[in-house]
Design a protein around this ligand. Structure first.
Ligand SMILES: Cc1cc2nc3c(=O)[nH]c(=O)nc-3n(C[C@H](O)[C@H](O)[C@H](O)COP(=O)(O)OP(=O)(O)OC[C@H]3O[C@@H](n4cnc5c(N)ncnc54)[C@H](O)[C@@H]3O)c2cc1C
Length: 455
């Protein structure tokens, strides 16, 4: 059926990488076992992150290990390489990789050849040249950032509780989030909810002492749930005393003062940046066709335009939305598309290997669910608008059904059940970020500098 020893190289172990590999693993089991086909998955982390659970991980409702899926365990018929592709020469069917070993050996990058390429490095935060942002901004895309932010918020409450300086206290208790998409809104809403709860264990920090600010450049938030539900979310957040500022931009956060375009100034130690994403920069280090926004120009069959044997999907790919009324529209960068595209992509690689015609990818956006903290949510799915507890419940049921593997589903469900029986977890394990500090002190060395600076 296929030529001898075909190597499929998958760059990226996120939604697209994992689901494509799972699909191929299932459909090409015989060939993988016989060695006729080899799948190599290259990913900087040995796990896939289920990003929609990051806000709940930050709030402490799910432990960090359960929002990630170990690649080696689920991709047992694939070869998983922990590293990064730094360049791709598709004309020569060669990728340049750096791995932990290449760094350790100082041998420089290594080259790997392939027959089929799946390029799915996703996206990175879209930042702007705002003074102070690179030094003080906090992202919210990885599990490390989510847990780091949780520890940071609790640490700020500890600082506020113990300082005698009102300026330090005010800055510690001011939390500014920039960007009103689901990442920003859910992260803010979950963390505010967690901090409000945690405040009951502080003798001198009350929920009303904290200032939570959401800054959004457009005139609405949460476009994913539609206009009406977006307006409801603004009302709901304001009811919780969250300062939602629409049509406003962050102009500076230098010297730890967030300056907004409406003239407001907030001394703060927390500026969380969730103002959109842009395609991963590695795409520019390939000889593949990109569109004007830096995404890979793809066909509705999920191949990269203008070449053969190169495939893509997810945040990195500009895939025509064949269900849209107006021509020229692309599928939005979200998990709903990424998962479905990955499955279609896997099927199409199998079709291509077997010389069968390819299928066209088409999926009409079904809407979205978002959590706004424990027992609070908003949803707009298949035309139905839901808010409050039912929306929050829908959010949990939907994501439980979507998180990959039965193992992860069971663990997340167990955690939710336990946190329903016991009180919320409010511990901060910020010291995990500096595990050698105590021993360095004991051994008489100088404790290394806090990488977070003065935060
Ligand atoms: C906080 C948050 C909440 C979200 N909530 C929702 C939601 O509720 N609903 C929804 O539909 N969408 C949601 N999304 C968006 C969704 O997670 C993304 O659209 C989806 O992850 C895109 O999948 P992907 O495979 O393209 O990219 P990713 O899942 O980001 O995977 C890309 C992978 O490639 C790896 N990689 C990067 N560079 C290289 C390289 N050079 N070499 C090798 N590997 C590389 C990365 O480390 C990563 O593992 C959310 C996103 C965030 C950040």
């Amino acid at each position: 059926m296929v030529k001898e020893r075909v190597r499929i190289l998958i760059v990226g172990g996120g939604y697209v990488g994992l689901y494509t590999a799972l699909r191929l693993q299932r459909r090409l089991k015989k060939e993988l076992k016989s060695g006729a086909i080899e799948i190599v998955v290259v990913s900087p982390d040995p796990y896939m992150t289920y990003q929609p659970f990051l806000p709940e991980a930050a709030a402490g409702s799910i432990s960090p290990r359960h929002v990630v899926v170990p690649l080696r365990r689920v991709l047992d018929l694939c070869k998983v390489v922990i590293g990064e592709a730094t360049a791709i020469d598709h004309a020569k069917r060669t990728a340049t990789l750096t791995t932990l070993a290449t760094e350790e050996e100082g041998a420089g990058a290594e080259q790997i050849t392939y027959d089929e390429l799946v390029l799915a490095p996703g996206s990175i935060a879209r930042t702007l040249p705002i003074p102070g942002l690179a030094e003080h901004g906090i992202g919210f895309k990885t599990v490390e950032e989510a847990i780091g932010l949780r520890n940071h918020v609790i640490e700020q409450m500890d600082i506020a509780s113990s300082t005698r300086d009102p300026a330090i206290r005010d800055a510690a208790l001011t939390f500014v989030f920039v960007g009103g998409g689901y990442a920003g809104v859910e992260a803010l809403a979950e963390l505010e909810d967690m901090a409000r709860y945690a405040a009951r264990y502080y003798h001198n920090v009350k929920p009303e002492d904290m200032k939570w600010v959401l800054v959004e450049a457009a005139g609405r938030i949460l476009p994913e749930v539609g206009e009406e539900m977006g307006r409801y979310t603004v009302t709901e957040l304001r009811r919780r005393n969250i300062d939602v500022r629409l049509e406003t931009r962050l102009e500076s956060c230098a010297d730890r003062v967030a300056v907004l375009s409406d003239g407001a100034r907030f001394p703060t130690r927390t500026v969380v940046w969730t103002a959109g994403v842009k395609p991963h920069p590695v795409l520019a280090a390939t000889d593949l066709r990109l569109n004007e926004r830096g995404r890979l120009k793809c066909t509705a069959e999920l191949t990269v335009e203008g070449t053969e044997h190169a495939w893509s999907a997810g945040d990195a790919a500009a895939i025509p939305d064949v269900t849209a009324d107006e021509p020229g529209k692309e599928c939005a960068p979200n998990a709903q598309h990424a998962v479905r595209q990955a499955k279609a992509l896997g099927d199409n690689i199998v079709h291509s290997l077997r010389g069968e015609p390819l299928e066209t990818y088409g999926h009409k956006y079904a809407g979205s669910v978002a959590s706004l903290g424990l027992h609070k949510g908003v949803a707009h799915v298949y035309g139905r608008k839901v808010k409050g507890y039912p929306a929050w419940f829908m959010h949990r049921v939907y994501h439980l059904s979507r998180v990959p593997t039965f193992n992860r589903k069971a663990r997340v469900l167990a955690e939710w059940t336990l946190s329903g029986l016991f009180k919320r977890e409010i511990v901060s394990l910020g010291s995990l970020e500096h595990p050698r500090a105590e021993f360095e002190l004991a051994a008489g060395g100088k404790p290394s500098q806090d990488p977070k600076g003065s935060s």
